[in-house]
Design a protein around this ligand. Structure first.
Ligand code: KG4
Ligand code: ZN
Length: 332
């Protein structure tokens, strides 16, 4: 069954074609450069950019897969969580296409989409496992009991991990989006240069908090001259990155051990982070835990993961009606 997957939840406009929830025929992701000048996503501009970019992305996907619109057998779209204006563009377009093509429509939870990036990347991945979903909008630890059966065991109380990267990069004046820039800068930095705080909260808890770290970066920078900061940039970036990664890794491994699970899925935009991937894999190996981490294109927002999750729900008879609406605060 050929599914068109659409994601317009934040600042990437994506359309993908996936066969039977497993084979990616095309996965077009148009990043919206417009936000670069503002140092963050401007919701109003994001919605307008989706309006411009979405149908060309669908067309590009069809061309890449050498298929026609009428070949599509189902339409899956992110209906939440995300920015309301952005979600509405994707949901409206998906509904119109499903309606005209007379094909089933399915609304997909964006966070569940990030989980399905794992199934897409590794067909051998089977629940149960623990998933760490880390992106610009979410930081969650999830016990994936089965496809469609999830227990959220912890989430962030304040900033998401990606948001922390983006805000730290802004304070360092190095640009947007912060994650990839800090990842790159850190390459030549000493992660032990600044002892930034690790918010473990209660050690047994799977909850996260990154606002204290953000504050610590602010205080540290306020006490340094611009020259010192410029000279030490890679060290400061690497120290910040290490503080985020240590907490993410420790809490994920703790959760897997507490649940007696031997597999971890690392997904979402921050899962592109090289230190996080490396440290998680190394730390997990000590406990005999395997780590699945999709390639970067499936970790950041993309339509393929939405098509994969949509296929699963359609195959369970969970099509949406044409009254489907956007749910900006939807939870997993
Ligand atoms: O999943 P995603 O594309 O969008 C959301 O659902 O939020 O994640 C985007 C986030 C941004 O905050 C970005 O800075 C972060 O992922 N990110 C990274 C890296 N690549 C992207 N964070 C750390 N290291 C990276 N290499
Ligand atoms: Zn996302």
């Amino acid at each position: 069954m050929l599914i068109l997957g659409i994601d317009t939840s934040c600042d990437e406009t994506s359309a993908a074609l996936v066969e039977d929830g497993t084979t990616i025929l095309a996965n077009i992701v148009s990043s919206q450069g417009i936000h670069l000048d503002y140092g963050g996503v401007v919701p109003e501009l994001a919605a307008r950019a989706h309006l411009t970019l979405l149908l060309p992305a669908v067309d590009a996907a069809l061309q890449k897969a050498r298929l026609r619109l009428t070949d599509i057998e189902g339409v899956a779209v992110t209906h939440g969580p995300g920015l309301i204006g952005s979600l509405l563009i994707g949901v409206s377009a998906a509904k119109a296409m499903a309606y005209v093509l007379r094909r089933p429509l399915v609304g997909v939870n964006h966070i569940e989409g990030h989980l399905f990036a794992g199934f897409l990347a590794d067909p051998a991945l089977e629940p149960p496992f623990v998933a760490l979903i880390v992106s610009g909008g979410h930081t969650q630890l999830v016990h994936v009991r089965d496809r469609g059966a999830y227990d959220v065991i912890g989430r962030t109380r304040d900033d998401a991990a990606g948001e922390a990267f983006d805000k730290a990069a802004k304070m360092l004046g190095v640009g947007y989006p912060g994650g990839p820039i800090i990842d790159q800068l850190s390459e030549t930095g000493d992660p032990a240069y600044v002892a930034f705080p690790r918010a473990y909260l209660d050690r047994a808890s799977a909850e996260f908090s990154f606002s204290g770290l953000k504050n610590a970066v602010r205080v540290y920078l306020a006490g340094r001259s611009p020259d010192e900061v410029a000279r030490d940039l890679p060290h400061i970036a690497a120290s910040f990155q290490a503080a985020v990664v240590d907490v993410l890794v420790e809490k994920t491994i703790n959760a897997a051990r507490a649940l007696g699970l031997s597999r971890v899925l690392l997904t979402g935009g921050v899962a592109c982070n090289r230190r996080l991937r490396g440290q998680m894999t190394a730390r997990a190996a000590e406990d005999g835990i395997g780590v699945t981490c999709p390639p970067p294109i499936l970790c950041t927002d993309n339509g393929a993961m939405i098509a994969a999750a949509g296929y699963f729900h359609l195959s369970r008879g969970e099509a949406a009606s044409l009254t489907l609406t956007a749910s900006p605060r939807a939870r997993l």
